[in-house]
Design a protein around this ligand. Structure first.
Ligand SMILES: [Fe+2]
Length: 460
């Protein structure tokens, strides 16, 4: 079976009795200059710059799927059965978000990757046209690529005859198509990746970083999900952080992959959703006083604070869920002169052509998808159908709660119960209870609405 979707990967990682290394990566830790270079230590011994007041919007993983690629086809139905994104609704969701963005006080907009379903050129062109519409309203847009966006072998169209390959895009074409959304305005660009730096507000640098491994996609069936910075890109990132410090610029980061674990066990069960060496990379950002990283990829609304040894060394990984996965969220961020960040989150509540409650529809869509995949997989382990359904429903509820953020296990409800699932069901539960424990236990702080003190890291 081809693994296509985040939901599918999630369920399989839960169900299959794999070793933890299958979902994680081990590399030799990088050594950064701040640890041994005295001139750098002198630079960062001074307080980092204060953040200028500003406001901006964030959304992620819109996975735009151009309708001309075929919306009605058994092959697309089959794809969607293994991938629970709201792809048929992706363009209407984008239009709904454009309407919201235009009305916000945001001065600029961040889009943290996975702009398209699977990197089809026509989907990129359509996505860029939506972003142009946002810019026409006076708000600058900045993007980075996600793992689905470049040199993706799964770029296909659908018809009654099945799926047919269509043109995908190269890294150079990505920078060209999104020239107006970061690459054309960049103060600096990394020669080894699609990372760049812009100054969206005077005194504020945005490090827009690319850890995607699209160069390894050649000759494989599926685009690489994991993320890693090359040694050259890591050197460039640190050089830019030093430069920002020297020039008195406050820094925030945007990238697709996470840099802080969003629940206990994420690296063990879902290492491909965190950038390799995330422990060292998050520390690197914190050492230079970058307080905020905006990420996507896991399709969940989650904010996690990581504190490091040393005075005021901390980092907030602000992960924004996907526009095409319940709860289809977006965020409004305001930084005030007193160094507070006010984060408020909203959801796509309606799309054109759907008269019912869109949030209910989206929730049911993703829940059913996860449950159906889980039932099928559990049956292959010899678990009887009724037992498989009992377990699958609990798996689905845990994932959906985590996607929405601020998850809280209802009082009296166990993380998972194997009651009625037989011995094989009990074995599966025993081997993967840790993941569901992690999904149900939200790490501080809250995920949707919060105020952060940029000087101390305190939140309320
Ligand atoms: Fe995605």
């Amino acid at each position: 079976m081809r693994i296509k979707g985040q939901a599918l990967i999630g369920v399989l990682c839960f169900l299959i009795l794999v070793t933890s290394s299958a979902c994680s990566a081990t590399t030799k830790p990088p050594v950064f200059r701040y640890r041994y270079d005295e001139s750098v230590q002198t630079v960062i011994s001074k307080l980092p710059a204060q953040y200028p007041p500003t406001s901006f919007a964030v959304f992620s993983d819109p996975h735009v799927f151009a309708p001309e690629l075929g919306m009605e086809s058994p092959a697309l139905d089959e794809y969607l059965a293994n991938d629970r994104k709201l792809l048929r609704e992706s363009t209407r969701i984008m239009k709904s978000v454009i309407g919201w963005v235009k009305e916000t006080p945001a001065r600029f907009v961040l889009v943290s990757g996975d702009l398209t379903k699977d990197g089809e050129r026509v989907s990129h062109e359509l996505c860029a046209s939506y972003l142009r519409e946002i810019e026409a309203s006076g708000k600058q847009v900045y993007v980075v690529p996600g793992n689905h966006d470049i040199l993706n072998p799964n770029a296909v169209s659908y018809s009654a005859a099945g799926s047919q390959p269509v043109r995908n895009i190269t890294p150079g074409e990505f920078a060209e198509i999104y020239r107006a959304f970061g690459y054309g305005e960049a103060l600096y660009r990394d020669s080894a990746s699609l990372s760049y730096i812009v100054e969206p507000e005077k005194g504020l640098w945005l490090l827009a970083l690319d850890a995607n491994r699209y160069r390894e996609n050649e000759g494989v069936n599926d685009a690489v999900t994991d993320g890693r910075f090359s040694p050259g890109t890591l050197r460039w990132i640190e050089e830019m952080l030093i430069k920002a410090h020297e020039q008195g610029k406050a820094v925030m980061v945007m990238m697709h992959h996470g840099v802080v674990e969003h629940y206990n066990g994420q690296e063990k069960y879902f290492g491909m959703y965190l950038v390799d060496d995330f422990q060292y990379i998050s520390r690197l950002f914190a050492e230079y006083g970058a307080r905020l990283v905006f990420t996507g990829h896991y399709h969940a609304q989650d904010i996690t604070l990581k504190r490091f040894a040393g005075e005021n060394k901390f980092l907030y990984d602000i992960e924004t869920g996907s526009l095409v996965t319940y709860p289809c969220p977006y965020r409004n961020i305001e930084i005030t002169a007193d160094q507070k960040v006010h984060i408020r989150s909203g959801r796509v509540e309606a799309i054109k052509g759907y008269s019912g409650n869109f949030q209910d529809f989206a929730r049911e869509y993703v829940t059913n998808g996860i449950v159906n995949i889980a039932v099928d997989t559990l049956k292959t382990f010899g678990i009887p159908a009724d037992g498989a359904e009992l377990l699958a429903e609990q798996v689905g509820n845990a994932f959906v709660a985590h996607y929405a953020g601020d998850e809280k296990l209802p009082a009296g409800q166990p993380v998972i119960s194997a009651k009625g699932a037989g011995l094989r069901g009990w074995l599966v539960v025993f081997s993967r209870k840790g993941l569901l424990d992690g999904l149900w236990h939200d790490l501080a702080p809250p995920d949707n609405n919060i105020t952060i003190d940029l000087n101390t890291g305190a939140w309320k």
